[in-house]
Design a protein around this ligand. Structure first.
Ligand SMILES: Cc1cc2nc3c(=O)[nH]c(=O)nc-3n(C[C@H](O)[C@H](O)[C@H](O)COP(=O)(O)OP(=O)(O)OC[C@H]3O[C@@H](n4cnc5c(N)ncnc54)[C@H](O)[C@@H]3O)c2cc1C
Length: 356
């Protein structure tokens, strides 16, 4: 077997004319990138579909400038942007192929086969791809929720992600939202000498109490039970009218009020879901649909970069093992699958007897 550190894929391979891929991965966040370089290192042709125009997932789009301090091996921390770029470069070097600005629509079963294995058709907004295995790594958070009252201004100074460090110096920054991302944004702006007002719709902060305390101690003002009711331009700045009639001037507005969930996408995939709407997987990260794996935030309890990496790597290796030694030849998996089916039946019977 190939040394997993040395890809067997050749630079000479014409990826554009492949009739089918070994693996298609949905999402170029930490889980998808780690999975992709693992399958490509093992010589599997690997295509990653990413909805946005850049790789990296949440670390790139939500907290590019945050210093991440919990990645082993980076004692001085590393920014979301740098971590994303490094992982992406590793995947590109392993000859993973990427399609950006494209989005998963559905995954269909086909009657076509590759080496005795039925192929799946991944349908995206821009095309269709036949493949042997699909890894769903699209995270739970998709596009940020927007505030129509601010969108009407069509301002380039309204951000739905945290703008780059250096942009705040001496400026008036309004942060909207009461969760951890909003408080993180406020702290970062305050650290760059901005004057910060945080507007929270609820009567209490949802984010960490100690971060809220840091905001206050650094001079930030937190307004509870407050929303923006109107917004207009005044002398080059944005003037925001608040619920209590007060007006705030803002050079920048950072909106962190949650996300449109990817759970709608999961429902279209025809896979078993957990009670909370996340994707149910077996110990091999395979979903209820054979050949479809789910990794990272899409199902996990612990939502961390390193966990997403680990799951991506494990699922990639299971997918690789199935491609090189198919499921029906793998006795351990067969036994585990039987045990899991028995477990499902017991759960179903218990649920039925409770509802009778
Ligand atoms: C504010 C904040 C701070 C955090 N800080 C840390 C930290 O310090 N340390 C840490 O370990 N973790 C941190 N996390 C958690 C960490 O970012 C996530 O657990 C991790 O990004 C999950 O990776 P993922 O690949 O599963 O999903 P994501 O990072 O969400 O990536 C999913 C990718 O899939 C794409 N996608 C979505 N839908 C589709 C579709 N239909 N078709 C194609 N592509 C699609 C998305 O555009 C995205 O690029 C933080 C999270 C937040 C919100």
């Amino acid at each position: 077997m190939a040394d997993f550190k040395v890809t067997e894929l050749s630079n000479e391979l014409d990826f554009e004319s492949l009739s089918s891929w070994d693996v298609v991965i949905i999402g170029a966040g930490p889980a998808g990138l780690a999975a992709s370089l693992t399958t490509a290192h093992r010589g599997l042709t690997t295509l990653v579909i990413e909805a946005k125009d850049k790789p990296g997932g949440q670390p790139q789009f939500l907290y590019a400038d945050k210093k991440i301090v919990d990645i082993p091996g980076f004692p001085d921390g590393i920014s979301g942007e740098e971590l994303s770029e490094r992982t992406y470069r590793q995947a590109v070097d392993a000859l993973v192929q990427f399609r950006f600005n494209d989005e998963l629509v559905s995954i269909e079963d086909t009657d076509q086969e590759e080496k005795g294995e039925p192929l799946k058709r991944v349908v995206t907004k821009e095309g269709e791809y036949l493949c042997r295995k699909v890894l769903i790594a699209c995270g739970l958070l998709h596009f940020p929720r927007r505030l129509p009252v601010l969108d009407a201004l069509e301002s380039k100074s309204v951000f739905y992600k945290i703008p780059k460090i250096g942009d705040y110096d001496g400026r008036q920054v309004v942060v909207i939202g009461g969760g951890d991302s909003a408080l993180d944004a406020a702290v970062m702006a305050l650290e760059r000498n901005a004057q910060v007002d945080v507007l929270v719709r609820a009567k209490a902060i949802a984010g960490k109490a100690d971060t809220a305390e840091r905001v206050k101690q650094s001079g930030g003002h937190i307004h509870l039970a407050t929303e923006v009711t109107a917004a207009e331009y005044q002398a080059g700045a944005m003037a925001l009218t608040l619920t209590d009639g007060q007006q705030l001037l803002a050079d920048y507005v950072v909106v962190q009020v949650g996300f449109l969930s990817a759970k709608e996408t999961f429902q279209r995939l025809d896979v078993r879901l957990n009670d909370d709407g996340s994707i149910a997987v077996d110990p091999y990260f395979e979903t209820s649909r054979r050949g479809l794996f789910a990794i990272g935030d899409v199902h996990g309890d612990i939502k961390l970069i390193t966990v997403a990496w680990a799951e991506g790597i494990q699922a990639a290796i299971y997918a690789f093992k199935e491609i090189t030694s198919p499921y029906w030849l793998n006795e351990k998996r067969l036994r585990d699958q039987k045990i899991s089916m028995i477990g499902d039946k017991i759960t179903q019977a218990a649920t039925q007897s409770r509802t009778r």
